[in-house]
Design a protein around this ligand. Structure first.
Ligand SMILES: CC(C)(COP(=O)(O)OP(=O)(O)OC[C@H]1O[C@@H](n2cnc3c(N)ncnc32)[C@H](O)[C@@H]1OP(=O)(O)O)[C@@H](O)C(=O)NCCC(=O)NCCS
Length: 324
């Protein structure tokens, strides 16, 4: 039983990888759409710009039964933690495969000069005792929420749109930010820094464009609605509709610049986004979002829009010295 590094996976290995993910999903769907083979291949073959990734698998009797990915954002040796994900076929658990893959990822982390690692898992699943037995501690709770558009009470969006804060106007775009707003969007993204503890790299116009290019390269659609004040972005919200969404879109960032907070700009841009999506993308039936468990304000905004809590996820962290 060996751990194999998949630095250049073959087509057969990519198919086997997808089969492991599909078996894990079938045993515990947790409200998520099943992984599709093309998406698994894309994720294995290309990392996002500004990040590198490594993959490992365990084969038992010639069959792939467990897989792991390590995402390394930023340059080697940066203080940013690596991100690890381990998935073991349900029929092959408690045989040490998870631990073996974590040890391989630990080697990868050391080779890249990293000192810590994080993992995001669902509360109440075997991942919790697994990570805790391997030296990880919970550092953040995330609340997964879902909005079913056909359950939004009639008139709610119109009412929220009518309550526009004085002195602000809405602007919206699909795909990459127009040049005139790029620097202002980057500044507004800094407003997210309160919550994005691990995304330490500074936002600038280039990184904002790169993020939109990553989404486009995957074949997905990015929609942005922003509130302008005196021509500058005071707040914004982003939604991505995956090309294989099966009706489910994902909330990306929402932020309001500190000096503009407390004027209901967050809920206003989100309501405008819902109105736009309803008109432009009738194929979108639901929207999912993850909020920091500490971010009571954003959770309240989402609840007012009609989002309901679906699941709780936990972010775990470990110093690399604690790993097997
Ligand atoms: C979490 C997961 C990866 C564990 O894989 P695994 O191969 O079963 O784990 P291991 O056999 O290496 O277990 C190592 C130790 O973790 C702990 N552990 C693992 N699963 C456990 C469970 N269900 N209950 C209690 N402890 C558990 C035990 O201490 C175990 O040692 P032991 O078997 O000697 O008691 C697997 O359950 C899985 O794929 N879950 C779904 C995907 C997921 O949530 N991945 C996120 C992890 S980053």
């Amino acid at each position: 039983m060996d751990v194999i590094a998949l630095d250049a996976p073959t087509d057969a290995q990519i198919r086997a990888w997808h089969e492991v993910l599909a078996a894990v999903h079938a045993a515990d769907p947790a409200g998520e759409p099943a992984p599709d083979p093309d998406g698994a291949a894309r994720r294995l073959l290309s990392a996002e710009p500004g990040a590198r990734q490594r993959h490992w698998a365990v084969a038992d009797g010639g069959r792939m039964v467990a897989v792991a990915s390590l995402r390394l954002a930023g340059e080697p040796g940066t203080a940013r933690p690596g991100e690890v994900d381990v998935q073991v076929h349900p029929r092959h658990r408690r045989r040490g495969h998870g631990r073996r893959l974590l040890a391989a990822a630990a080697e990868g982390l050391r080779a890249d000069g990293r000192t810590s690692v994080i993992a995001q898992v669902l509360a109440g699943t075997p991942a919790v005792p697994f990570l805790e037995s391997q030296g990880f501690e919970c550092v953040l709770t995330l609340r997964g929420m879902l909005l079913r558009l056909d359950e939004v009470p009639p008139g709610r969006i119109e009412r929220l749109l009518a309550e526009a804060p004085a002195g602000y106007e809405l602007v919206r775009w699909r795909g990459t930010v127009p040049d005139g707003h790029a620097a202002a969007l980057a500044r507004a993204k800094h407003a997210m820094a309160d919550f994005a503890e691990y995304e330490g790299a500074p936002w600038d116009a280039r990184r904002v464009r790169e993020m939109a290019e990553v989404v486009a390269k995957r074949g997905d659609d990015l929609y942005t609605v922003a509130a302008l004040h005196g021509g500058a972005i005071a707040g914004f919200t982003e939604i991505v509709v995956p090309h294989d969404s099966a009706g489910r879109a994902a909330q990306y960032d929402t932020a309001v610049v500190p000096e503009h907070r407390g004027r209901r700009i967050g809920i206003w841009v989100k309501a405008a986004m819902l109105a736009w999506l309803t008109a432009e993308r009738p194929d979108v039936r639901e929207i999912e979002t993850d909020n920091s468990g500490d971010n009571a304000h954003m959770i309240a905004v989402n609840e007012e829009l009609g989002f309901r809590t679906e699941r709780e996820s936990l972010e775990y962290q470990a110093p690399v010295t604690a790993l097997p």
